[in-house]
Design a protein. Structure first.
Lengths: 570, 443
């Protein structure tokens, strides 16, 4: 296996994407000892990331309390290189989003200084509500500055916000109004809305030219990665005390965060991103074709899969690959209608198993996936095949060729071609289409037993659906076969490892990180494909915090993905 | 009117004295030519907007058979016959790909709007509406407003790659954004500047002063993103500054009612309803100077429009529907193309229903309507259909059909920008780079 392991991982991915080689090149196998230690860190650029909507809301809830209203419509995130997490490091900020941040900031600050809240949330009271109190203002600015900027304020910043309290207090004859406006100022600041990372020089250690993140930036990286929210008081304390720079100190904090209840939010955030759930905002189904679809079904569908993921990966410490074969799931009554399964619980969620004859197995047979990757009025083997490859296997499917002769494709109601398989077979006679459809369709066609909403069916336009298919390996006849193929696919664990790391650092991997990626993958295999352990490995690795000032955003694996495209076209 | 200035007002308010100012609503604000406000001599504002419909056209039903003024209105343009004099029909202008892969429905649309074809959504230059907004839109409450009427939360208005301006998709949300908190009725009898607003403005201004310090701390790519943040912050400051001044009265402005809650999806009937409601609100917003720039997306470029109960959407139909033997074209696709032009008529109706000066709001607008491709079945970016409506306050000539003869489509974008006062001599890249305006359009 040694020679195979020396193939750069991205090239391995390319070859496997085309499914031309046998699946013998398995990651892991019996080569654990070779990669037990982390390779020398190579690092990437610092990334200036915007808080996502869920991070913004969680941050406010952590700092001000869960009952503080955030009244705003958030701009939709940018998806870049397959992840919203990477888009947070690339997206700009439109006038619309600033308007909305302003609305959010005012709703938060107004509630925070309200008579019912001020005694709880503010560390001090002024002598007279109507008069500026310098000592109290300084404490408030210093406390909330640390929490909101995730680092101590500079003395200039401290003075600036205290001056804001003073001016506004005097203009409005109300100390609390002054505090409110200073809080708005902090909440509107780029230091709050963006995670601006700062690095320190590598000094005398063996990293050469590499730099490291400063302790505050480390705390933010850890916290948003492991809790999808802002550093808590204990993490800030550890950062201030320099504990994040020692292995022991770092390990204590990482283990604490992973064991905390807040860890679930991080796992949810990752899977919401990976599963492209922002697309629910645009999801519509024709009510006359899919009368069972409504906004409750849509909301429950995404929650169903997230519950399954969290239960399996965290509560049961399960093998990631078993997500594709598990029959364990969670249902509500409105979902029961679509799945045609009885749900006893009247309100809320019921833990249950898909019966063996229910034709449901694994999260890829849940309706969130099936409905998101369909048309409003019908299913789509092509969209589902493409999504399955891109989401779970990290295989890029190129765009369709621009200039295509579609003359061979017939009307879907045409009786000579009643099923999607018939229509796509006609389509694949076109050589320029055939290459990619060969990649997408065989796996998508196995999911044709689910209509555009995800309900099970055996016939389309009166004809029996043939759900045979294949996925880079043996053929199968049904969704059970597909489930096993996804479970066993060598790209399945590699893909989630790559996505998790990119999610953690908010950028694409750089070329020099391929040895590090191999390390992560082997560790993932060693720990039984457990996601919490993977996240712990990343958070504890030197590379996670290493900064290479010379590796700009542009130094990504562009040539590798170009090769992917070429290979996939075969 | 001109005796009080903003400074005295603010000073009064700062000292905590509630100041109420009565503004007389004059019977005639306009001068005798109907081109300017009599009281201030300011010209009626000129507005710019784009209106996009997805998936092109059926050429034989859309392209007039002759050029010039006396063309016969083709079948699909018949709904806008009454706007003949205010319309320029532009056919036969091409996006030149220069070997750039054509990402279906995106490359054509963004090539037309940025002058540079791109194989994805990573634009290499701002879209022309943003360039124009920087010229004419900085003094209003909103630099631009984006609307999408088929439930798709996106726009084709980009300041840079990764920085699209998001669209409003709900009439009610659009109403609240324009006419909710922060809106000043231009014809209100009393004006009292709000001290709270003044404080908010100075808080934001202090945040803005961090700009230079932060710029030094980040890399080049992030500097551009931070710059954008500060530009957007300035718009918000500008909104607050406007609230501290008495708004200029607007003759005939009546506050619109809140629209009903509607279904936000791509079913054609719902789209027509949402589009009409949102166009009406936009026209009102333009009338009372809330914005001077807008971008309307009737249907996305991969149009998901559909008929109730139909399994297949507009875009999918363009690829899958066989030609009707008798008609010689795709019957269902033609229906969506026709509906799109009916929506275009609705849009023009809304703009022209508002009297302004001696004409209508439409006369003081310059609207560039376009699609993303010509023949959607083949994703062709040659001959993308375009129209110009309104003369931009007399800055454009209309009333004819012009055939582009395979000229680069950037000639139109360049002409429009120059008409809107953008200082640009040359626009576009490679084969699309041009310094040739469309003289027929120029006044």
């Amino acid at each position: 296996m040694v020679t195979e392991l020396q193939i750069p991982p991205l090239l391995t991915r390319v070859v496997l994407a085309a499914s031309l080689l046998s699946t013998a090149i398995l990651v892991g196998c019996d080569s654990k000892s070779q990669v037990a230690a982390e390779p020398e860190p190579v690092g990437g650029p610092t990334v200036m990331r915007r808080l996502t909507e869920s991070q913004y809301r969680a941050t406010i809830a952590d700092i001000f309390g869960a009952d503080i209203p955030v009244v705003a419509r958030f701009e939709r995130g940018l998806r870049a290189e397959g992840l919203l997490a990477i888009g947070t490091g690339e997206s700009g900020m439109s006038p619309f989003s600033i308007e909305q941040y302003d609305a959010a900031a005012r709703s938060v600050a107004t509630a925070a200084v309200s008579p019912g809240k001020r005694a709880v949330l503010l560390p001090c009271q002024p002598q007279d509500d109507q008069i500026f109190d310098a000592g109290c203002a300084e404490r408030i600015v210093s406390d909330y500055g640390l929490r909101l900027f995730r680092r101590p304020l500079s003395s200039a910043e401290q003075d600036q916000f205290v001056a804001t309290v003073q001016q506004a207090s005097e203009q409005l004859h109300d100390f609390y109004a002054g505090v409110k406006h200073a809080l708005v100022g902090m909440l509107m600041s780029p230091d709050f809305l963006l995670r601006i990372e700062r690095s320190t020089a590598g000094e005398s250690d063996t990293d050469g030219e590499l730099q490291k993140l400063d302790a505050w930036s480390k705390a933010s990286r850890l916290s948003y990665f492991l809790t999808n929210s802002t550093p808590d008081v204990e993490l800030l304390r550890a950062a201030a005390a320099g504990e994040l720079d020692s292995e022991d100190g770092l390990q204590r904090q990482v283990e604490r965060l992973i064991r905390s209840p807040r860890f679930e939010a991080a796992v949810r955030a990752f899977f919401e991103d990976m599963l492209q759930y922002e697309r629910f905002a645009d999801l519509a189904k024709d009510p006359s074709i899919y009368p069972a679809f409504n906004s409750q079904v849509a909301a429950d569908a995404r929650e169903q899969t997230l519950r399954t993921v969290v239960d399996h990966l965290i509560a049961r410490q399960g093998d990631y690959r078993d997500l594709f074969t598990t029959r364990k799931t969670f249902l509500t009554r409105s979902l029961g209608i679509v799945y045609r399964l009885p749900v006893v619980t009247r309100n809320g969620w019921e833990e249950t198993q898909y019966p063996p004859d229910s034709h449901r197995v694994g999260i890829q047979s849940n309706i969130d996936f099936l409905a998101l990757h369909s048309h409003p009025g019908r299913s789509s083997p092509t969209l589902r095949g493409e999504a399955l490859r891109e989401i779970f296997l990290c295989q890029e499917v190129p765009d369709p060729p621009a200039n295509v002769n579609f003359a061979v494709v017939q009307d879907p109601s045409n009786q000579s071609m009643p099923t999607a398989r018939d229509r796509l077979t006609a389509h694949r006679t076109e050589p320029s289409c055939a290459g990619c459809h060969k990649i997408m369709d065989p796996v998508g066609l196995t999911l044709e037993n689910y209509d555009g909403l995800g309900s099970y069916r055996t016939h389309e336009n009166g004809a029996l659906i043939d759900s045979s298919g294949s996925l880079d390996g043996p053929d199968f006849n049904d969704v059970d076969g597909l489930a096993q193929a996804l479970h066993d696919h060598p790209e399945t664990p590699r893909c989630v490892v790559e996505k998790m790391y990119r999610f953690a650092v908010g950028r694409d991997t750089v070329w020099d990180e391929r040895a590090y990626m191999d390390y992560l993958i082997h560790r993932f295999v060693d720990v039984g494909y457990r996601i919490p352990e993977l996240m712990q490995t990343i958070a504890l690795s030197k590379n996670f915090f290493a900064i290479n000032p010379d590796s700009g955003h542009g130094v990504t694996n562009k040539h590798a993905s170009a090769a992917t495209e070429k290979e996939v076209r075969l | 009117m001109s005796k009080f200035n903003r400074r005295t007002l603010l000073r009064g308010a700062l000292q905590g004295i509630g100041v109420g100012v009565a503004l007389p609503l004059l019977d005639c604000f306009l001068d005798t030519n109907g081109k300017a406000f009599a009281a201030t001599g300011a010209r009626l504002p000129v507005r710019f907007g784009t209106w996009i419909w997805g998936c092109g056209f059926i050429p034989e039903l859309w392209v007039p058979s002759s050029t010039g003024r006396d063309y016969q209105m083709p079948e699909h343009l018949k709904p806008v016959e009454s706007y003949r004099d205010q319309l320029a029909i532009l056919s036969g202008f091409d996006v030149k790909l220069d070997g750039v892969p054509n990402k279906p429905h995106v490359t054509g649309c963004l090539g037309l709007r940025t002058g540079v074809p791109v194989p994805n959504e990573n634009v290499k230059a701002p879209t022309l509406d943003v360039l124009i907004a920087d010229q004419i839109g900085t003094g209003t409450r909103f630099r631009s407003l984006e609307l999408s009427t088929s439930g798709i939360q996106r726009s084709y208005s980009y300041r840079a790659a990764g920085s699209a301006n998001p669209s409003e998709v709900s009439p009610l949300a659009l109403y609240k954004r324009i006419f909710g908190e922060g809106f000043q009725d231009p014809n209100a009898m009393a004006f009292t500047p709000d001290t709270e607003v003044m404080v908010r403005q100075s808080v934001l201004s202090a945040v803005g002063e961090e700009r230079r310090k932060l710029m030094r701390q980040v890399g080049v790519a992030d500097r551009q993103r931070l710059d954008e943040y500060f530009t957007s912050l300035r718009q918000l400051e500008q909104q607050l500054a406007l609230q501290l001044e008495p708004p200029a009265p607007v003759q005939g402005f009546v506050m619109p009612d809140a629209p009903p809650s509607t279904s936000l999806d791509s079913e054609m009937g719902n789209v027509m309803q949402n589009h009409k409601l949102m166009s009406g609100l936009l026209a009102k917003a333009l009338q009372c100077n809330q914005t001077r720039v807008f971008n309307v997306l009737l249907s996305d470029t991969t149009s998901n429009l559909r008929r109730p109960g139909a399994t297949t959407t507009h875009h999918t139909l363009t690829h899958e529907e066989p030609d009707d033997k008798a008609l010689g074209y795709q019957r269902e696709v033609a229906w969506f193309a026709q509906q799109s032009m009916l929506a275009w008529k609705d849009f023009l109706d809304e703009l022209s229903s508002i009297r302004e000066g001696d004409g209508t709001l439409l006369d003081n607008c310059l609207v560039l309507a376009h699609s993303d491709c010509s023949i959607a079945k083949a994703h062709a970016v040659e001959g993308i259909p375009m129209m110009i409506a309104g003369s931009g306050g007399g800055r454009m000539k209309t009333g004819f059909h012009l055939a582009g003869g395979a000229d680069p489509i950037t000639r139109v974008g360049l002409t429009v920008q120059q008409a809107m006062g953008v200082q640009v001599e040359r626009w576009g890249a490679l084969s699309m780079e041009t310094n040739r305006t469309v003289t027929d359009l120029m006044v």
